[in-house]
Design a protein around this ligand. Structure first.
Ligand SMILES: [Fe+2]
Length: 276
């Protein structure tokens, strides 16, 4: 049975994401895709794996970093048929993002940490050609993202310290002009690669993001327990000139300023990578 002839959305979504077994080679993805039974509680093996790993995260059996490493490896095992991607492209986003960015949550699961609620989600990112996803930091969120179609220009930054409310010190640590289906995944945790900025310079990009929210006790987050903002993405401006040590003072910016970034390619702003 060909995936392209399927029409029922729930069945298609159950089939879209297939996690391969540890011994699966690149071609076994196609076999798994075509051989998977329908139903399965509307969850493919990939979502089942996401549930298992997020359970371990919840129970403290996996650190946030280990969870992201695990899910990144699972993302890189995915092999998707062209018509699956075409289905997602035609379906399009159902959540408006900044500028022309759009999103679609295709799986969500509530998590319950000891003293706080959390969530694990699979989210499709739609970035039209010429659009950028504005630079942002993440508070108490961990995520990994794989490009499924197209190519992102990506910059990642490490957060160094809080300077004052609304300003963080960051350092650019990657300049990746072509991130495609071949990888790498774009990973971040509260303490690593937490700020990023990406744009679709050459054509539209479709990417799949796995995210877990509120994973840390507030006191263990970069911003600490007195932070009044909830877990989420917060836009920052990383384009101020770096000092001699590569340190950039990045201000939190409002939605208008973030929207302005969506209309500019990253290449409009010089990379501030420091020689290592
Ligand atoms: Fe992000």
């Amino acid at each position: 049975m060909k995936i392209s002839r399927l029409t029922r959305r729930d069945f298609i979504e159950a089939m879209l994401l297939i996690g391969l077994s540890a011994c699966g080679g690149p071609r076994s993805g196609h076999r798994a895709l075509k051989a998977s039974p329908s139903g399965n509680g509307a969850l493919g093996p990939f979502f089942a794996k996401l549930s298992q790993s997020s359970d371990k995260l919840m129970r403290g059996e996996l650190t946030a970093g280990a969870f992201i490493k695990d899910m990144s490896a699972r993302l890189m095992e995915l092999e998707l048929e062209e018509d699956v991607l075409e289905h997602w492209r035609q379906e399009g986003p159902n959540i408006d993002g900044e500028g022309d960015n759009g999103y679609r949550v295709i799986h969500a699961r509530e998590l319950r940490f000891v003293d706080r609620p959390g969530a694990a989600k699979a989210v499709l990112f739609y970035t039209p050609q010429g659009a950028s996803n504005p630079p942002h930091e993440h508070h108490n969120i961990v995520s990994t993202k794989r490009v499924l179609k197209g190519s992102y220009h990506i910059r990642q930054y490490e957060r160094l310290h809080r300077v004052e409310p609304g300003i963080i010190a960051i350092r650019q640590v990657t300049e990746l002009p072509e991130v495609t289906f071949a990888g790498p995944t774009v990973d971040m945790t509260d303490d690593q690669l937490n700020v990023h900025w990406f744009g679709a310079s050459h054509g539209p990009v479709l990417a799949l993001n796995i995210v877990a929210e509120n994973v840390l006790p507030p006191a263990e987050t970069f911003h600490g327990q007195n932070e009044s903002r909830g877990p989420g993405r917060y836009f920052v401006d990383p384009t101020g000139k770096a000092d001699g040590n590569g340190v950039i003072l990045a201000r939190t910016i409002d939605d208008d300023a973030a929207n302005a970034f969506t209309r500019r390619p990253l290449a409009d702003f010089p990379s501030q990578m420091t020689p290592t």
